[in-house]
Design a binder for this molecule. Structure first.
Ligand SMILES: [Fe+2]
Length: 307
C-alpha cells in the first residue's frame, strides 16, 4: 500500500493553512501508521516531529509521502533550540528546509524553549527567562529561521516546572511580542497553559485573554499527570476536563483554529486518539456555530466595510 500511495507524490498539490481551518488532527506516531493508512479516518491534518524525517530517504520518508497524499501535514520541530544562546544550528536548519520543501506542509512549528547550550543537548524543552534581552534574542532567531526557510513558522508555548527570578515579562506577553515583532504565528498549547497556570499559580484565562486572535495558527491539546505537588505535561493520557473547558473558552475568544491531539507516551489504540479528536471537533463546531449566531461586535465597522 505504501509504495502505491507514495509513487505519485510529486504530482499532488500541497494543502494550505486554509484547507485545515476549523479542523482537528492528531499527532502521527509510527505504531499508528498502518491503521491510519488502512482506515483513512476523517481528520483535518496529521502532525509529525520534523526530526524523525531528516534522513536521506528510507521508510520514514516513504511513509510521510504516503500520508501526504491523504492528509494535510504539519511539521513540528523539537530540536531547533530557538531560545538557546548558541547560534541556530545550520545543519539542522538545512535538513528542516529540505524536508519542508519536499513535503510542503500546511504548518511548520517550533518551541519557545532551548534544548541545549555549548553543543550539549538535553532531551527536554527547557523554559526561558522572560526578559527584554531574551525577547530580542528569540525574535532574532525566529527571524533567522523564517528567512532561511522562506516560510512563516509558529512558536509553541512550553510547559514548565520552574520560573527564572530574572523574568519580568509575563509569558503570555512574551510570546505575543515574539509573534508581533518576528511576524511568526503562535501554536497555542492549551494543556501547557493549564499546566503552567497550576504550577506557577496564575489564571489560565489571563493567558488566553492576552493572545491576539489573528496570531494563533494552531492549538495543541494533550493530557497531563498530577503528582499531587505539580502537574507534569506527559502527553500520556486523555485531555482533562479542565483543559477541555479551557479549550472551549479559547475557541470562544479566538474563533475556530486548527487543533491537534498530541499523545506521545503510553500510546493508546488509534480509536482512543480518534475519540479525543471527535470531542475536540464537537467543541470546534460549537464555537463556529456560536460565532455565526452572535451579533457583530462593531456594527459601525461592519457597515463601513460593506459599503
Ligand atoms: Fe504541544
Amino acid at each position: 500500500m505504501i509504495e502505491n500511495l507514495a509513487s505519485n507524490m510529486a504530482t499532488s498539490p500541497a494543502f494550505s493553512v486554509a484547507d485545515i481551518a476549523s479542523s482537528v488532527g492528531v499527532g502521527l506516531r509510527a505504531p499508528h501508521y498502518q491503521a491510519i493508512l488502512a482506515q483513512q479516518p476523517k481528520l483535518g491534518f496529521l502532525e509529525v516531529h520534523s526530526e524523525n524525517f531528516f534522513g536521506d530517504g528510507g521508510q520514514p520518508l516513504k511513509y510521510l509521502h504516503a500520508f501526504r497524499e491523504l492528509y494535510a501535514l504539519s511539521l513540528h520541530g523539537v530540536g531547533l533550540s530557538i531560545g538557546s544562546v548558541d547560534a541556530i544550528n545550520l545543519n539542522h536548519l538545512q535538513k528542516l528546509k529540505r524536508l519542508a520543501d519536499a513535503i510542503e506542509p500546511a504548518l511548520i512549528s517550533e518551541h519557545l524553549c532551548w534544548v541545549g547550550v555549548d553543543g550539549r543537548f538535553v532531551n527536554d524543552l527547557l523554559p526561558l527567562p522572560y526578559t527584554a534581552e531574551s525577547l530580542r534574542h528569540v525574535i532574532s532567531h525566529v527571524t533567522r529561521v523564517q528567512d532561511f526557510l522562506g516560510r512563516r513558522i509558529s512558536i509553541e508555548n512550553v510547559s514548565s516546572y520552574l520560573e527564572f527570578v530574572d523574568s519580568d515579562i509575563p509569558e503570555w506577553a512574551f510570546i505575543q511580542e515574539v509573534a508581533d515583532r518576528a511576524g511568526c504565528g503562535i501554536l497555542l498549547d492549551v494543556n501547557n497553559i493549564y499546566v503552567n497556570a497550576m504550577n506557577h499559580d496564575f489564571d489560565a484565562k489571563t493567558y488566553v485573554d492576552a493572545i491576539k486572535p489573528g496570531s494563533v495558527t494552531e492549538i495543541h491539546l494533550a493530557g497531563f499527570q498530577d503528582t499531587g505537588e505539580i502537574l507534569i505535561d506527559t502527553h500520556g493520557t486523555r485531555v482533562s476536563n479542565e483543559v477541555w473547558a479551557l479549550y472551549a473558552y479559547t475557541l470562544a475568544r479566538l474563533g475556530p483554529v486548527p487543533s491537534l491531539i498530541e499523545w506521545d507516551s503510553d500510546l493508546p489504540p488509534l480509536d482512543v486518539l480518534l475519540d479525543e479528536a471527535k470531542h475536540a471537533d464537537v467543541i470546534m463546531q460549537q464555537a463556529a456555530a456560536n460565532l455565526l449566531s452572535s451579533p457583530p461586535r462593531h456594527p459601525m465597522q461592519r457597515r463601513t466595510h460593506a459599503a
